[in-house]
Ligand binder design. Structure first.
Ligand SMILES: NC(=O)c1ccc[n+]([C@@H]2O[C@H](COP(=O)([O-])OP(=O)(O)OC[C@H]3O[C@@H](n4cnc5c(N)ncnc54)[C@H](OP(=O)(O)O)[C@@H]3O)[C@@H](O)[C@H]2O)c1
Length: 379
């Protein structure tokens, strides 16, 4: 019998890493031993930690799903998002094993149908997050070309899924709606973005690991095929939650931007008198709410990977995610507005008038084949 493969995953307590660990632990417990050391046990900021841990464990593959918090200073972003992945890759190369690196659409400009190679130029003006993620992509590519590194870079856009303990990205937007702290729409009509389904990612990783000849040295945009209009998404979440806001009023960019500037000045003053004050995470991405960013899926579609859940989109997952997060946030006393019994029919009526495609997708994903129990009886 073939021996169990050992995989080391960094970032197992995070949204993306946690979903990958869960996938391997529930679906392949007999063939893959997935180890996910916490950052306390093995910090990728410490080269010596990486070398010691990997020498002890001798894994068959390494997956990096770690990141420093979005508001991290330059030093931390550099250490965790750049130097850490480079040192992990050096360890993987020394052990002659594949290295799977999770990257971000922050390395791409705004725009539509962006291909894998359309990255931003490296510049000092990028955010700490974008700069460090881009630097990691650049060095990993160089290591593949000059050092023979066997790696695959998987670039994610806005991720949706369960287990986001830090409430970042999409879940932060969702939280602002649930918390009724978004009075109107901070976006403009028809602003499309790409989304990545955390639940599908582990299937891709497993496929990529099993087919190194095809995927080695390559970068893939891993996003849902159809981009999503931000205002439609916000209004759909609002209908699910049966809230009265945000109102369907589009706040112009100049107004939102000047509000953010004023807040920024105020926070700077507060910091001068010694108070620790940073911009709320949702405001850091304000510009992105007004600009489209959609990633091309052509390379992914033309690869040998077959989408295990082609009908699943952010809209089809919403009902489940709404229940999951609202239950958690109200247990944690983070929100008080959630009513235990949502009037499902009223939500559906609203979605039917505003977003019928979502209802079609959601019915299709639940299944439209013949009722299997009835078929059995006829046989
Ligand atoms: N979430 C999104 O919307 C999104 C979008 C695009 C791309 N991505 C990419 O997806 C990946 C995972 O993101 P995520 O949303 O899952 O992040 P997350 O929920 O914030 O989790 C980050 C993980 O990184 C670990 N970590 C932080 N510093 C570390 C260190 N020094 N050593 C070892 N581990 C460390 C954390 O462990 P501790 O808790 O122990 O510190 C945590 O498990 C990142 O590469 C990110 O760029 C995410």
């Amino acid at each position: 019998m073939e021996s169990k493969k050992i995989g080391v995953l960094i970032g197992g307590s995070g949204l993306v890493g946690g979903t990958i660990v869960n996938f391997y632990k529930t679906r392949f417990p007999d063939t893959v031993d997935i180890r996910a050391p916490s950052s306390k046990k093995m910090s990728i900021r410490e080269e010596s930690d990486i070398r010691r841990y990997m020498t002890d464990v001798k894994p068959d593959f390494i997956i990096n799903a770690a990141m420093a918090g979005l508001g991290s200073d330059g030093e931390l972003a550099y250490a965790v998002n750049y130097l850490g992945p480079v040192n992990l890759a050096r360890a993987a190369n020394a052990l002659n094993i594949p290295f799977i690196h999770i990257s971000s659409s922050a390395t791409l400009p705004c725009g539509e149908n962006l291909r894998e190679e359309d990255t931003l130029p490296l510049s000092p003006h990028l955010s700490n997050y974008a700069k460090s993620k881009l630097m990691a992509e650049l060095t990993l590519r160089r290591m593949a070309e000059t050092e023979g590194l066997d790696y695959t870079c998987i670039r994610l856009a806005i991720v949706y899924g369960a287990h986001d303990h830090k409430i970042q990205g999409f879940h932060r937007l969702f939280f602002s709606i649930a918390d009724e702290s978004m009075p109107a729409l901070f976006t403009k009509k028809h602003t499309l973005h790409s989304y990545s389904n955390a639940r599908k990612l582990p299937f891709f990783i497993r496929h990529v690991l099993a087919n190194r000849a095809e995927f080695s040295g390559q970068t893939y945009n891993f996003v849902d095929r159809n981009p999503v209009d931000l205002a439609t998404l916000i209004l759909t979440i609002k209908s699910y939650l049966q809230l009265n806001q945000p109102k369907e009023i589009y706040i112009p960019y100049w107004l939102a931007h000047s509000g953010k500037e004023c807040l920024d000045i105020l926070l700077r003053l507060l910091r001068r008198i010694g108070l620790k004050a940073t911009l709320p995470p949702e405001l850091m991405f304000l510009d992105n709410f007004y600009k489209p960013q959609t990633l091309s899926t052509q390379k992914l579609r033309e690869s040998s990977f077959v989408d295990p859940m082609p009908e699943e989109t952010i809209f089809t997952r919403l009902p489940e995610l709404v229940v999951y997060y609202l239950t958690r946030w109200s247990h944690e006393n983070l929100i008080s507005t959630f009513r235990e019994t949502l009037d499902r029919d009223r939500s559906i009526g609203h979605i039917f008038s505003h977003n019928p495609e979502h209802l079609i997708d959601s019915v299709h994903s639940r299944g439209i084949g013949p009722f299997p129990d009835m078929q059995k009886k006829l046989d």
